[in-house]
Write a protein that binds this ligand. Sequence first.
Ligand SMILES: CCCCCCCC/C=C\CC(=O)SCCNC(=O)CCNC(=O)[C@H](O)C(C)(C)COP(=O)(O)OP(=O)(O)OC[C@H]1O[C@@H](n2cnc3c(N)ncnc32)[C@H](O)[C@@H]1OP(=O)(O)O
Length: 276
Amino acid sequence: MLSRLSPRLLSSSPRLLSSSIRTLVNVTYPSPSVAVLELDRPPVNSLSLEMATSITSHIKQIESDPQIRSLILTSSNPKIFSAGLDITEMSRPSKTRLSTFWRSIQSLFLTLYSTRLSTISCITGHSPAGGCLLSMSCDYRVMSRNPKLGIGLNETRLGIAAPFWLKDLFVKTVGYREAELGLSRGKLYSPEEALKIGLVDEIVDGEVYDVAVERAEEYAEIPEKGIVATKRMCRGELVRDLEGKIEEDVGWFTDFILEEGTQKGIEGYLKSLSKK
Ligand SMILES: CCCCCCCC/C=C\CC(=O)SCCNC(=O)CCNC(=O)[C@H](O)C(C)(C)COP(=O)(O)OP(=O)(O)OC[C@H]1O[C@@H](n2cnc3c(N)ncnc32)[C@H](O)[C@@H]1OP(=O)(O)O
């Protein structure tokens, strides 16, 4: 029944959602052509299987409304955009859950990266690893100027490596040499550094959200046909690369994560996080 409701109705009537269906995101509409999808999984918006699945299905719902042209991706937590993948999903998991989890991440990436909507990432807080993946999958990134924030791919710090498609996305965003440096060092960039290398497009002193809405409205004014064709041209190759290697990528991820050495590294990283 829920799937037959318009996304507008769904978001404006939270009581329609049964308590057993925790959406983990909030959807609002600041103007007739713009939707906002706010990540809302306390404490850090980490991407569990359920979170990734929910984001993907909400993007698809929003996409199905022809009036909506732009989507802003943001966070209900002003300090954290997303802490990336939920590391507990990768700690001593069953192989079945781990494969399903990874498929949900692949699907989220493919959906967000190739949506017909113009996507604006509104980064008010930290955006490491999977958080950076979400941001890079958008068409435009605005970030708070706060020098304490970090964005980047820090996978090596956990003893893991970005999959080929995330590496390719990073290369497409910041160029080969910077990507190689950033990936191997697991570097988190300050907003100023991120702006310099093109990891974000704009940094904002005041209300990032207001700027994101402005940019979303600007995108919404560009004729859809041209922008969608251009997006397909720029992004099609990476989408096809991953679509052609879904199973190989699942195998690579699960084998790597289930290795004892990787498990020890993940355990140590989780301990260091909870000791802080
Ligand atoms: C070759 C094969 C392929 C290999 C895999 C490829 C996968 C590649 C793609 C992405 C990888 C990832 O995304 S891995 C996740 C990487 N993320 C991080 O390293 C961020 C870790 N978190 C932080 O640095 C900080 O939490 C923060 C800066 C985001 C926020 O700091 P703050 O001080 O505000 O909050 P706490 O640190 O106290 O955290 C609160 C609470 O949340 C838990 N937490 C934090 N991050 C995660 C996470 N990513 N997953 C699960 N849980 C997380 C943290 O442990 C605290 O829990 P407790 O309150 O219980 O202690």
